[in-house]
Design a protein around this ligand. Structure first.
Ligand code: 6PG
Length: 244
């Protein structure tokens, strides 16, 4: 059981969230040798971070040392508007000196269950372990309390013994390949990046009352086995927490 003291919260203005996250990211890179493995989250929040990296950090980060993975991907082709890879390629990879050899995408165009198996093999090969451990796992929180692509109505997926699972978006029915809770919690560093008033109420439950929230929300079940957990929040997302 994770004690509430086992995580750090950085709460600041929305533009500064990306500055603080990047300072922390650079500190992890500086304290690591060789390559680091970074699992990216999808959705909209990362776009502003990627723009910040592309415009402000082209030259002060050794991007060649970063191996890029994903925490989840929609089961769509890589050129589909819903593809996390497409968004990342547009906002990040096309803007910085990052080669294809550094990018390990989940192939959304493949049959979902076969792709979950294939990606698990990629992770075991690249991260060298039966339970792959990322150096940095970046996560978001959905309005419904999901994280990666594990949704509240599929909470059992979190506890799957598999490295990767197939989630189904509760509204759209869209299949998504996602890391399981076991893989997420094996990360050395887990960093949530959450902005916006629409997340405030869920964060009040997830951060303010984890033991209750983890019965309902996958994001509340994020508790690194031995790594660090950090929350990078803007003031809107944190407003309900600050009220106590
Ligand atoms: C995805 C994500 C998902 C995301 C949350 C928050 O593929 O959509 O990985 O878990 O992080 O839904 O999304 P926003 O940043 O768009 O609010």
């Amino acid at each position: 059981m994770m004690k509430d003291t086992d995580f750090e919260i950085v709460c600041t203005t929305t533009p500064d969230v990306y500055v603080r996250f990047t300072e922390w990211f650079k500190s992890v890179l500086a304290s690591s040798d060789g390559k680091i493995s970074l699992a990216l989250s999808g959705g909209n929040t990362p776009k502003a971070l990627f723009e910040h990296w592309a415009t402000k950090h082209r030259d002060d980060v050794d991007w060649k040392r970063v191996q890029f993975f994903w925490g989840d991907e929609r089961c769509v082709p890589p050129n589909d508007e819903q593809s996390n890879y497409k968004m990342t390629k547009e906002y990040l990879f096309s803007q910085l000196p990052i080669s294809e050899r550094q990018i390990f995408r989940i192939k959304g165009e493949n049959e979902p269950f076969a792709e979950a198996e294939r990606y698990a093999d990629v992770l075991r090969r690249e991260l060298k372990g039966e339970i792959p451990s990322f150096d940095i796992m970046m996560l978001g929180v959905g309005d419904d309390g999901h994280t990666a692509s594990i949704f509240p109505n599929q909470l059992a997926l979190w506890d799957s013994p598999q490295t990767c699972v197939v989630g189904i978006h509760p509204q759209s029915g869209q299949k998504r390949v996602s890391l399981s809770g076991r893989t997420i919690n094996a990360a050395k560093n887990i960093a949530f990046l959450v902005t916006g008033k629409n997340k405030a109420e869920k964060l009040r439950e997830i951060i303010g009352n984890r033991n209750q929230a983890e019965k309902t929300y996958p994001a509340a079940k994020v508790a690194p086995q031995s790594g660090r957990l950090l929350w990078f929040l803007d003031e809107d997302a944190a407003e309900a927490i600050k009220k106590g």
